[in-house]
Ligand binder design. Structure first.
Ligand code: NDP
Ligand SMILES: O=C(O)C1=N[C@H](C(=O)O)C[C@H](O)C1
Length: 265
């Protein structure tokens, strides 16, 4: 049985992860970490009734009390780098759903994990549909090198652009570079700063934040008198749970730091 702790346990994602891990027969939930709900019962925090499991005030507190096989982190871009350093240095595998890690930070974490024999998955999106959207977008990009992304999220999201859109743009840019495909030059002048969105190399990303949305993304390809749009919608946070559970089960057999759930499928 794989012993799992959930960091960010009382958050929107954390509560769903607590339930999903608790409901899986191959995983054993042993505790959670969350600042404000520390000292409470993890099951009560997740809304499923008492489980007689602790919520710790910090990762450090949790790791001196018990040693999980895996820590799943859904906290915030402001703390994820420090959290990951703490977990990997303790020799514990880490499944990271939290967005915001830079390439440089991922490289540093890979080195720490290697030194302490701890594996790490950084997955900006755990839903199967989103992974397929990214894969198909990369396959289309050499044929349609003119591409923009619109990502739409709830208004409590910490970051913009989303982690998913950044990884999508990276995969598209890599596919275009490998094929030698080049987009038309964008000669537009912005009459209002920000009107054309943000660039990740050759791909423009537009971020929408509104109440009512969960997590959605469109990848728009423009061609010769035609357009092609790929759209993915997470209708609730349950869409991420099969990917999180799969990652907890597989991480012990995936050495090093992996970026993207596609490498686990
Ligand atoms: N990879 C994926 O598939 C997905 C990734 N995400 C990402 O996950 C992250 C969290 O999203 P979401 O659940 O919506 O956010 P929430 O704000 O709902 O939850 C974050 C939780 O983490 C807690 N927290 C903050 N700092 C710490 C810390 N140092 N130690 C322990 N707990 C801490 C917060 O507590 P407090 O409120 O007290 O600060 C809060 O309870 C974001 O980066 C988001 O983009 C979201 C959905 C899917
Ligand atoms: O904050 C969110 O909600 C989400 N964050 C991730 C991202 O930034 O891509 C994954 C998903 O889009 C939901």
């Amino acid at each position: 049985m794989t012993k799992v702790m959930v960091c960010g346990a009382s958050g929107k994602m954390g509560r769903e992860v607590v339930k999903a891990v608790h409901n899986d027969t191959a995983l054993t939930l042993i505790g959670g970490i969350d600042l404000k709900q520390a000292g409470e019962d993890l099951g009560i925090v997740a809304g499923i009734g008492a489980l007689n499991l602790p919520v710790y005030a910090s990762l450090e507190n949790a790791l001196v009390k018990d040693k999980p096989d895996v820590i799943v982190d859904f906290t915030s871009p402001a703390v994820i780098f420090e959290n990951a350093k703490t977990v990997l240095s303790a020799g514990v595998h880490m499944v990271i759903g939290t967005t915001g890690l830079t390439e440089e930070q991922r490289n540093e974490l890979a080195a720490i994990g290697k030194e302490h024999h701890a594996n790490c998955l950084v997955a900006p999106n755990f839903s199967l549909g989103a992974v397929m959207m990214m894969k198909v977008s990369a396959e289309l990009a050499p044929y349609f090198p003119n591409v923009e992304i619109i990502e739409l999220h709830h208004n409590h999201k910490y970051d913009a652009p989303s982690g998913t859109s950044i990884l999508t743009a990276k995969l598209i840019n890599e596919a275009k570079a490998a094929a030698g495909a080049i987009a038309d030059e964008d000669l537009t002048r912005e009459s209002l700063p920000g009107a054309r969105g943000a660039k990740v190399d050759d791909v423009t990303i537009h971020s929408v934040r509104l109440p009512g949305y969960v997590a959605h993304q469109q990848v728009l390809f423009g061609g010769y008198d035609e357009t092609l749009t790929i759209r993915h919608d997470s209708l609730s946070r349950l869409s991420f749970m099969p990917g999180v559970v799969l990652a907890c089960k597989k991480i012990a057999s995936k050495p090093g730091l992996t970026y993207g759930l596609e490498h686990y499928l």
